[in-house]
Structures are given as C-alpha cells and as structure tokens.
Design a protein. Sequence first.
Length: 203
Amino acid sequence: MVRQIVIEDDVYAALVERATAMDMAFRPANDVIKALLEQATPRRPESHAESDRGGAAPSAAAPGSGRADALQRTPVVRNGSVRYPKSRVPGVQGLLDGLRDTIFRISETGMIYHPTTGKWVADPNTVTLKVQDARAGNLRVTVYGRPEDFVGHMGTSYSALKIEPDMAGYSRFLVENEGQLADAKRVIEYSYELKKRRGRLRR
C-alpha cells in the first residue's frame, strides 16, 4: 500500500542533505527514509573472534559480495565514541592519518559510517571520506561548497587537487598522495567555515 505524508520545509531540507551524503539525492524519498531507518537500527556487537580476525560487524550484504568485501577492507576503529576509517594499505592509512586531526576539529566524536555508500560522514555533515584502498589506493573526499567557492577563497593555491562539482551544493576530489594533504586540509576547514557562515550547520 502506498501512503502520502506531509513534511515541513526544514524536515525536507534535512532529508535532502542526508540523501546527498549517502549518494541518494536522485533516489525516491521512500528509499532514502528506508536507508536512514536501517542505519538507526542497533546492530549486534561484533564477537571477540571477529575482532581478532580484524573483520567488521556483520552486515546485510550477501557473503562474497562487493559490499561485504569493502567492509572487511575498511574496519571500524572504535575508542569510546570515537569513530574513524582505517585501511590495511599503508599508503592509504598514511593519508587517513594526515587528515585525522582536521576531521576531529570539525567532528569531535569522529565520523559515522554509511554502509549503503561506503562513506564516512562527519557530524556536522561538511565532509565525507570514502576509502578506496582495494584498487585505486586513494581517498574520495566530498565537501560542502561548490568548486567556485574554493577558488574565490583560495585562488589557485589548492592546485594539487582537482575539485569537481558533486550533488546539491557539494564538491568532490581525490587525495592520492601525501603531497595533497595540506591543500585537502585547507579545503576541508574552509568547507566547515563556509557552512557555518551560511547558518547551515546541523548536528
């Protein structure tokens, strides 16, 4: 049975923002709400055996699927409420370590992992990280703000990065080597300041 509901403008705006963070901006609202409900459902804590193997908590993905493999490659790091991605590829882990302090200045309790997209999302949602360590060996970063926002603020000083438009007022770029970390941190910091200045921060 299909039902219709009425939502207020601020609720709709928050739903669009969450959908963008999950790469679901063009999916039906029903799919987005379903994904959010799945994330809100408590998961069974991982066993000691799973921790010893370095695996992540069980997911709904079928055995041998790409999603399950991705979770194995990028296990969750837990330290109380601290959450941050980790990679078994030394070069990619070095990139994550290089961004860690910048991320935690923005998102004090770390990042939230979204298994539907493989993204780690900061709180507030100004930056997301996707660990692409299986083949690409890099980080895919999404930040609030359009490419021209960063050009206007920093000119061409972030030329080590190729910043491209993403969905609904966000931009994306790849971090592939340590030489890009300084520019990446500046872009992430400015993204937060930009969203704060515009009164768009939500926790």
